[in-house]
Design a protein around this ligand. Sequence first.
Ligand SMILES: [Zn+2]
Ligand SMILES: [Zn+2]
Length: 260
Amino acid sequence: MRLVDSHCHLEFPEFAAELDAVVARAREAGVGRLLTICTRLSKFHEVLAVAERFDRMFCSVGVHPHEAAHEPDVALERIVTLAKHPKVVGIGEAGLDYYYDKSPHDKQQEVFRLHIEAARQTGLPLIVHSRDADEDTVALLREGAEKGGLKGVIHCFTATQYLADAALEMGFFISLSGIVTFKNAEELRAVIKTVPLDRLLVETDSPYLAPMPKRGKKNEPSFVKHTAAFAAQLFGMSDEAFAEKTTENFRRLFKKAHVA
Ligand SMILES: [Zn+2]
Ligand SMILES: [Zn+2]
């Protein structure tokens, strides 16, 4: 079986002591490619170092909305330049988080816009984080989409039908995290079922949000198989067919992760 973990945070201190073992377990679980995600430009060199250490491990470059007001020197040219590295296959994660509200909304929007522009200029997919901010997320993405050349994924999708429909209309993908397996996620599952199979990705968002039956534990990329198996059932497919489909989708979106 061939799976991808399209979103994890492997440079986080939670993994420092056992990174080799974590990646080995992911390979054993059938996870071919891994995408480790940048949240702060000031940590980019650490994220890149992890990606460079392993085969078929890639990374992104960007600033998480929590950090929007706390990162110095977030400039478009800097992101575009860092994105030229062969291991960098996406822009983000970037977006809006009005749930935790760790940065003022206007600052979050300013930094998000800059990432949308970086994605357009580089042609790399934008990895979008959106929480309790559906309307503004859609408005800003539409601004970028209208200028053309914008593609990407709504990661760890937990949002409304409104965001799903708007994202799909703009050609975006929707990525499922362990949350889809949680007992109380009935509403989310109803939205997910409306997403065409050729637009779905799977992720762990490790070290957070471990799927059932690992809920409450530290999450790691090998656990993406639980989320994928759960989603396969939701769509009435075999685990193998679902894995193949989502891996093929990843290949279509993250083209640079398949060059060389
Ligand atoms: Zn996120
Ligand atoms: Zn993340």
